[in-house]
Structures are given as C-alpha cells and as structure tokens.
Write a protein that binds this ligand. Structure first.
Ligand code: GDP
Length: 306
C-alpha cells in the first residue's frame, strides 16, 4: 500500500493511505540519506510504501519515495546529526505582524533565504490587520511593495476577527503548507481560524505509545477539509538559517541573484567591487536597501559557514 506520513513520533508513523484510512506503521530496514546523517529517516510529508500487518491496522514501511524538498533541524547534542522536520512542502507561510510583536525585515529576509535554500515557495501573511492604524497600513503597503516586487505573494488577515481567512483557505487548498513565525504573531489563532472544527485535526491519533517510549511528536500535519495539510511542529515554527556558503548566499536573494549576472566580475561579492550591478541597483532604488542590508548582515555574521 502507499500513503502519506502525517505524523511521526520517531518510531511510529501515522500513514494516511490511498484508501483514506490511517495506519500506524514502523520502519523495516534502514533508510539512509546521501551526505547527511539523520536521527529520523522518515518525516511528515513523506510518501511511502508499506505492507499491512495481519491485524489490518498496523504496517511496515519498506519504501520511501523521492522527496521534492525537505527541511531539517540540526541536533544540538549530536552535531553531525540532523532531524528531518518535514518533506515535500508545497508552500511556507511566514506569519508577520507589524506590532505586538513587530516582525523585523531582517527576520523576514532570513526566513525567505532559508525557504529559498530549501526550495520551498514562500509567502508572507500579515496578521492582526484589525490592529493596524493608518500609519500601520502605510507600512504594510511599503512592506508589500518590497516583497511583491521580488515575487513573494503577500496577504493580510486578522486571525482573530476572521478577516480574509477564506483567501488563505483557498491559497493552501490541496497543498502541504508550513506555517512559521515568531511566537505571538498568531499562528495558533490562524490555524484555529482555518480549522474551526477541531475534529478535523490529526492530533488525536496518539494511543500508540509504548510504555517508556513516550510519543515525542516530531511533527504533525493537520488535514484541511478543503484538501491539503498544514504542517505544525514547534521546532519549525521559527525556521532558522541553515548552513549556506557565503558564495552561494546571493542565490537565495532572487533580485540580487538576477542582477548579479550584470556584475563586471563573476565572483563579485556585491560589497565594494567595481562594476557591481547589485550596488548600482541599490543606489537606483531597484533593489530595496533593507534587502541589501539583510544580505550584508547574513554575509558577515556567523549564521553562514566560513
Ligand atoms: P502564536 O504564538 O504565534 O501561536 O500566537 P497565538 O495564536 O497564540 O496569538 C498570540 C496573541 O495574539 C493572542 O493573544 C491572540 O489572541 C492574539 N492574536 C492572534 N491573531 C490576532 C489578530 O488577528 N488580531 C488581534 N488583535 N490579536 C490577535
């Protein structure tokens, strides 16, 4: 049988099979990934093949289908090992607020770089629209202009007041979507607004913990009534910047990358080189200064290797 992993506890996986039933599965044999050691071989979002056990409700996963992307978290204790948090994401939503708390442009840019590096399409959703003053709405327009120009779709909602929620429901229909953002921006509120009927959540599938082997849920996907899933796990709510070589950083700023083809030097770092098309574009307001500052900030600090 084939199915989609919708919940993982590390040793058990809840698989939504193509017959629309859920099976609790274990893994047979070893699943290794090239070039990376992982603590968990399979994650939510993975498509797998499994054999049904005789009991008709549990199964053994014996094949993992190729992933189109995946996101990882580095283990703190075992530096060489990483945990795969989710696979096959169709979209990453960054929930942003302009006040209480205010999301900085630097944070937004770091998130977008990470999403680019993971090859996950990102969108920005501005929440707490009901709190926006006239000045707030002007800032919103400025933010939207910066990001829409580069190609990141932007939406504004109020999770609390239910404003524009149908637009988001439509956006995430039939997709596997990750919702991220600072604590307090309203992720839980948004998920609740999208999924008012808690019965639809997959969270209740939890009666298969062995004694002593507690169900530490790595990640979980909530099934949407209109089709699709929301991935929610504490670890990925604030997607960190992953290891990126300095020379590669500009690849993850789409507008800088596009412009860099016109730089005089192939290996231009876009810092102070003569004939740098990126610097020229920043000076001509074709690239937002805030974006360029984020580029420099990530380039110069320790979030990148070397
Ligand atoms: P999370 O930490 O990102 O999951 O954020 P929560 O969903 O717990 O929300 C944090 C706080 O913001 C709570 O007090 C919510 O009631 C409030 N909140 C969430 N969405 C909105 C909104 O659209 N408008 C207003 N005014 N408050 C909101």
């Amino acid at each position: 049988m084939q199915g989609l992993v919708i919940k993982s506890t590390g040793s058990w996986y809840s698989v939504l099979a193509d017959d629309a039933k859920r099976y609790d599965c274990r893994i047979v044999g070893k699943f290794r990934m090239k070039g990376i050691q992982t603590t968990n071989p399979i994650a939510v979002g993975d498509r797998v093949k499994f054999d049904l056990e005789r009991d008709g409700i549990t199964g053994m996963i014996n094949e993992l289908f190729p992933r189109k992307n995946y996101i990882i978290r580095k283990s703190i204790n075992l530096s060489k090992q990483a945990q795969i948090l989710a696979a096959n994401l169709d979209m990453a939503i960054l929930l942003v607020t302009l006040a209480s708390p205010r999301t900085s442009l630097g944070f937004i840019d770091r998130f977008l770089v990470t999403a680019e590096a993971y090859d996950v399409p990102a969108v920005l959703v501005f929440n707490k629209l009901d709190l926006f003053s006239k000045e707030g709405l002007e800032i919103l327009q400025d933010f939207k202009e910066i990001y829409q120009t580069i190609g990141y779709p932007c939406y504004e909602v109020s999770a609390l007041k239910g404003i524009n929620i149908p637009i988001i429901q439509d956006l995430i229909k039939d997709k596997i979507t990750l919702i991220s953002g600072h604590s307090g921006v309203g992720k839980s509120s948004l998920i609740n607004a999208i999924l008012p009927d808690r019965e639809l959540r997959t969270g209740e599938v939890s009666d298969w913990s062995d004694k002593g082997q507690h169900t530490t849920t790595f990640a979980e996907m909530y099934e949407l009534p209109q089709g699709g899933f929301i991935v929610d796990t504490p670890g990925i709510r604030e997607l960190g910047v992953i290891d990126i070589e300095k020379e590669e950083l500009s690849h993850f700023f789409p507008e800088i990358f596009k412009t860099s083809h016109n730089c005089r030097f192939n290996n231009c770092r876009h810092i102070n080189e003569p004939g740098c098309a990126v610097l020229e574009a920043v000076n001509n307001d074709q690239i937002a200064v805030s974006r360029y500052e984020s580029y420099l900030s990530i380039y110069h600090n320790n979030d990148t290797r070397h």
